[in-house]
Design a protein around this ligand. Structure first.
Ligand SMILES: *Cc1c(COP(=O)(O)O)cnc(C)c1O
Length: 355
């Protein structure tokens, strides 16, 4: 068996969910879209089925996967529906849906549900990606409320820059939202992970934590708020080749790294086809039998080369942590010029082990 393993610590997922909900106050939907950010949606959802207030996924397909696994908690479709036929499934499975555009509103109003929908009506309070403009929001709300087709409207919005704590952008979006919602009854949901962690005024009725449930932080390096989170995924592999090179020898594709001294090079079974970012090359951290070292040379499709020179005890069979506890996924993401979300979502071909 190729020794690349994604160990998913479901106890950590539970811990992080409880922490997120406690920080937010009120209730929290566990965001398990995109296969639970690459961790396995059904397993993660099952792990909090007895404590969570509900789940959020991107789309109907993801919700059906959870229902087919026997999960009965509320599930919110964050993108809503894409075509009218999906509304029958929404009704059949008791799903909650975001309505974020005039087309979605029209689809809903044209349908004939036997029992009313639970709608989360989204406002574009400044992100300019989805949702009704503030000046159109109350009218959309009224049309829904008067249609007889909904039995509750949660007012929601999403933040563009909650992960930049020093900025006023989130407070501005919050003000815009509150002003445009004034007088409209119902619960409110605005906070993603970053908002839960650093923007206290965004903590309303329903939190929507995602990345923090997986133990990664959306905040820039230096913010300690992520410290209590426990990394859920540990991506490990093993050394399966070792070679000694003299100083001045190139390593890997493109010879982008040339040994500066006599170097012991370890070969690791993991590459960009497994989701390890190719842009994280020479210098990216790894932990070998718990001791930090670094990648040398380019990440290739199936293999990575690491520096074992200062780790004389390491050799064939040594465990290499690509990310997890000794190497935080946020560090690797920073090396690759991306975010932890993308790395976690991209893991594939690894053997997933749940513990
Ligand atoms: C993905 C998503 C979230 C979760 O965001 P995180 O940054 O992962 O906490 C919350 N709300 C909406 C609308 C989303 O699409």
């Amino acid at each position: 068996m190729r020794p690349l393993i994604a160990s998913i610590r479901l106890e950590h997922f539970r811990h992080n969910y409880e922490l997120a909900r406690r920080q937010h106050g009120g209730r929290a939907l566990a965001v398990v879209k995109a296969n639970a950010y690459g961790h396995g949606a059904v397993r993660c959802a099952q792990a909090v089925a007895d404590i969570a207030d509900g789940y959020a996924v991107a789309c109907l397909e993801e919700a059906l996967q959870l229902r087919e696994a026997g999960l009965t908690l509320p599930i919110l479709l964050l993108e809503g529906v894409f075509e009218p036929a999906e509304l029958a499934e929404v009704e059949r499975h008791g799903l909650w849906l975001v309505v974020q555009s005039q087309q979605q509103l029209d689809m809903l109003l044209a349908s004939q549900p036997a029992k009313p929908y639970r709608v989360w009506l989204k406002m574009d309070s400044g992100m300019h990606r989805a949702g009704f403009f503030p000046q159109d929001y109350a009218a959309a709300y009224q049309r829904l409320a008067e249609s007889g087709k909904v039995d509750g409207i949660v007012k929601m919005t999403h933040f563009a820059r909650a992960d930049e704590p020093a900025l006023s952008a989130t407070a501005q979006q919050m003000e815009t939202f509150d002003a445009a919602c004034a007088g409209l009854p119902g619960e409110i949901s605005v906070a993603n992970s970053a908002a839960i962690m650093v923007h206290e005024r965004t903590r309303r009725d329903w939190g929507r934590p995602g990345i923090m449930l997986y133990g990664a932080t959306p905040l820039p390096a230096g913010y300690e708020q992520g410290a209590a989170l426990k990394p859920v995924m540990r991506l490990t592999s093993r050394v399966f080749g070792v070679r000694e090179l003299a100083a001045g020898e190139p390593v890997g594709y493109g010879a982008t790294f040339v040994t500066e001294r006599p170097t012991r090079v370890g070969l690791i079974a993991c590459g960009y086809a497994d989701g390890y970012p190719r842009l994280a090359s020479t210098g990216s951290p790894v932990a070998i039998d718990g001791v930090r070292s670094r990648i040398i040379g380019r990440v290739s499709m199936d293999m990575i080369t690491v520096d074992l020179t200062d780790l004389p005890a390491a050799g064939i069979g040594s465990e290499v942590e690509l990310w997890g506890d000794s190497v935080h996924v946020n560090e690797v993401a920073a090396q690759a010029g991306t975010i932890a979300y993308e790395l976690l979502c991209n893991v594939k071909r690894a053997h997933f082990v749940y513990c």
